[in-house]
Design a protein around this ligand. Structure first.
Ligand code: ACO
Length: 255
């Protein structure tokens, strides 16, 4: 979307052409024009009766707006915010959750399918320190569903009355840990420009590994010392193996 002014004149743009705005941002007429124009174009692209993103619906909220621009062109926007949602699973169990949600996402028609959407989305993931499966998606369009399937292999969800999509992995803690490890490795190589966050993530992961190893060792020591019924070395070893096996089966079950 072409404007008759440099986008960087009305908002601060980083070296990747990204701007991150929050609702307490100081307003100016040109910035308002960008938000209004992109919000309207997004609503039109999604065939929505109501505009989701406008200055009046953005300022004074706790939402964030990611904007990708280049010179006088605004290429896309991504709006996020927290929502209180009720999610019903297949057994009818309703859970109340407060996920960060993708509320509006739009790349200008002339620039779609060139990776701009992924750039915007990845910038948001990095800044919010979150994984795609831990977000909720407000009434995702077929294009967004295709985008999430292609880039993040997300496709399974239970349709909800509120039209928010929560992928099944949202509730999957083990998956979260695996993803955390993988993302930590990926981010270390990919995002060398934000070492402090990566270091934090790496430290967190190594702490988790250490504590899990320590707890395993403690369990083994506990099992070894807690075998008063064992009369000789062989039967003590058998009892130890059985107990350790049972305990690890229980641990697996609890996960
Ligand atoms: N038809 C089908 N899938 C599409 C299309 C399309 N026209 N455009 C993008 N995609 C999906 C595909 O999976 C595509 O991969 P492919 O080209 O190999 O098939 C992938 O997205 C491309 O990834 P990017 O280039 O990084 O994405 P893009 O820059 O096109 O941005 C976005 C994706 C934001 C969904 C863009 O297509 C768009 O603005 N669409 C119109 C508005 C819209 O539907 N927004 C989502 C509303 S829902 C919400 O905001 C919560």
């Amino acid at each position: 979307m072409q404007f008759n002014f440099l986008i960087s004149k009305c908002m601060s743009v980083n070296e990747n052409g990204m701007t991150i705005l929050n609702g307490s941002q100081l307003r100016n007429p040109q910035l308002d024009e960008v938000i209004t124009t992109m919000g309207e174009a997004s609503a039109k692209a999604q065939n929505l009766k109501q505009v989701i993103t406008s200055p009046s619906r953005f300022y004074q909220t706790d939402q964030k707006l990611y904007i990708k621009s280049e010179g006088k062109q605004c290429l896309g926007i991504l709006k996020i915010g927290k929502k209180n949602l009720f999610h019903r699973d297949l057994s009818g169990l309703v859970r109340e959750i407060q996920p960060l949600c993708v509320l509006d996402f739009y790349v200008h028609e002339s620039m779609q399918r060139r990776g701009i959407g992924k750039e915007l989305f990845e910038e948001m993931l990095r800044c919010e320190i979150i994984y795609p499966e831990k977000l909720a998606y407000d009434r995702p369009s077929p294009k967004l569903l295709g985008f999430l399937k292609k880039h993040y292999h997300l496709s399974n969800y239970i349709p909800q009355n509120n039209n928010f999509v929560i992928f099944s992995q949202y509730f999957d803690n083990r998956q979260q840990n695996v993803n955390l490890q993988l993302a930590s490795q990926n981010q270390q190589s990919q995002y060398s420009s934000t070492p402090s966050k990566i270091e934090q993530l790496g430290t967190l992961m190594s702490q988790m590994t250490i504590s899990s190893t320590q707890s395993k060792n403690q369990q083994q020591q506990f099992s070894k010392s807690q075998a008063p019924w064992a009369t000789d070395q062989k039967s003590q070893q058998n009892m130890y193996e059985t107990t350790t096996g049972l305990m690890s089966a229980q641990i697996q079950k609890k996960r």
